[in-house]
Write a protein that binds this ligand. Structure first.
Ligand code: UGA
Length: 443
């Protein structure tokens, strides 16, 4: 099948590449000339395990190509995915200008029947707006060409994007047209070989499904973060509690790891956008507001704990203290710094007067765009520990799970670890003679 994916960001690039891998002819489009030129040379703009190999192979085999020429891509393709960004606007609602611009461009250039697929995360009702935008352009041209709009939200996770796309828990297709549903089924059939996980529904429900899923996951994490805070106060162990409740199949073990608050390009933005949608309908979604507020507070848990343990009063209680942090990206296996809790945590530590040095296996380049010269960086996780007052773990990269504790101890001034991700066992840390402060359990 001939398809084009407009917007070669995280979702667009992964989707386009995976569709090419399953035999389709895919053109990925972007307005960013530099990005497209890079992709043509095999330079992948994001860090995503396995993506580079797939891009190179499919380009070599002629199934995947990159262009800034939207017009040519649309003319050639039956299915046109819109996968451009929907950043939060000033009021928290999703900014649809990029999606609607693409819709208008499609309307300006299409010459035959097109299926237009909203892949970007967009509020309920967007498919209708896309339909109107395309129809207006066709009317301006004085032509009558058939087209159909589909909602096909994406559920992939960064760091596991290829697997999530090729072995999805489900694929949601929102359409009111039987023929279009069949074409979409065919397109996804390569990823449904084990069992059919394709769910078709009406367009508005598909649009809502995406927000409901992310809001539910954000709520689950936030609930556990608050239970963790309470465990700390009550002398309970949140990791034991997680096992205790996760064994109930209605609850499950996933997404119950307490930490430094959720981040990334999706949860914060989508929770805000859904709250905004509710507001526009005069519905008071009090739970979502609480999730947002609780998550903002969770990002302060680590700096407050550090100030309480190491601070010496005054307006800059951490003045003269050196804090070494492990992990900058919002989660492991990505270099993505968008809404990373590390930003709030490190900004707070700097505000409290500390000197901060950071390590991350992949995100240092991106982090430099955020922190500049305000903090120190090293590509070696041990270098930054020399003479530091404490080690703070912010992101759970695998390389932090079994470190050389003797080496850490010999480098730090105090054998003190604040662990925002509960990577170690408190009893083991006691044996290693560390003062260990995890989240929601006594060290
Ligand atoms: C999330 C969803 O999981 C995907 O299904 C969705 O497609 C994507 O958003 C999107 O809307 O595009 P992602 O942002 O890549 O994916 O990251 P997650 O792995 O879901 O993690 C989100 C945040 O929650 C991270 O900051 C992570 O550290 C935090 N988290 C996750 C916890 O603090 N505890 C947990 O138990 C799980």
């Amino acid at each position: 099948m001939k398809i084009c994916v407009i917007g070669s960001g995280y979702v667009g690039l992964v989707a386009g590449t995976c569709f090419a891998e399953s035999g389709n002819n895919v053109i990925c489009v972007d307005v960013d000339q530099e990005k497209i030129e890079g992709l043509k040379r095999g330079v992948i703009p994001i860090y995503e395990p396995g993506l580079k190999e797939l891009v190179l192979r499919n380009c070599e085999e002629g199934r995947l190509s990159f262009t800034t020429d939207l017009e040519a891509a649309v003319k050639e393709s039956l299915v046109n995915f819109i996968a451009v960004g929907t950043p939060p606007g000033a009021d928290g609602s999703a900014d649809l200008q990029y999606v609607l611009n693409v819709a208008r461009s499609i309307g300006q250039h299409m010459e035959s029947f097109k299926i237009i697929v909203d892949k970007s995360t967009v509020p309920v009702g967007t498919a209708d707006k896309v339909r109107v935008a395309v129809a207006e352009e066709l009317a301006k041209r004085g032509v009558d060409i058939e087209f159909d709009v589909v909602s096909n939200p994406e559920f992939l996770k960064e760091g596991a994007a290829i697997d999530d796309f090729m072995k999805p828990d489900r694929v949601v297709i929102g359409t009111d047209n039987v023929r279009t549903a069949e074409i979409m089924k065919e397109l996804y059939s390569a990823f449904m070989r084990k069992s059919n996980r394709l769910i078709t529904m009406d367009i508005r429900s598909a649009e809502m499904t995406k927000y409901a899923a992310n809001a539910m996951l954000a709520t689950k994490i936030t609930f556990m973060n608050q239970i963790a805070n309470l465990c700390e106060l009550m002398g309970a162990d949140v990791m034991a509690v997680r096992e205790g409740i996760g064994s109930d199949s209605r609850i499950g073990y996933d997404f119950l790891f307490p930490g430094v608050g959720y981040g990334g390009s999706c949860f914060p933005k989508d929770v805000k956008a859904l709250a905004k949608t509710a507001e526009e309908c005069d519905y008071d979604f009090i739970l979502l507001k609480a999730v947002e507020e609780a998550n903002a507070r969770q990002k302060r848990v680590l700096p407050d704990k550090i100030a309480a343990r190491l601070g010496n009063g005054g307006p800059k209680p951490l003045a003269g203290k050196v804090i070494a942090t492990w992990g900058l990206s919002f989660k492991p296996r990505t270099d993505d710094m968008r809404e990373a809790p590390s930003v709030t945590i490190i900004d707070a530590l700097l505000e409290l007067g500390a000197e901060v040095r950071a390590h991350d296996p992949e995100a240092i380049k991106e982090a430099k765009k955020v922190f500049g010269e305000r903090i120190g960086y090293s590509h070696n996780q041990y270098d930054i520990l020399k003479g530091a007052d404490a080690l703070v773990i912010i992101t759970e990269w695998n390389e932090y799970r079994n470190p050389d504790f003797d080496r850490i101890k010999s480098l730090l001034i105090n054998p003190l670890i604040f662990d925002g991700r509960n990577l170690y066992q408190p009893h083991r840390m006691k044996l290693e003679d560390f003062e260990y402060l995890p989240i929601g359990r006594n060290g």
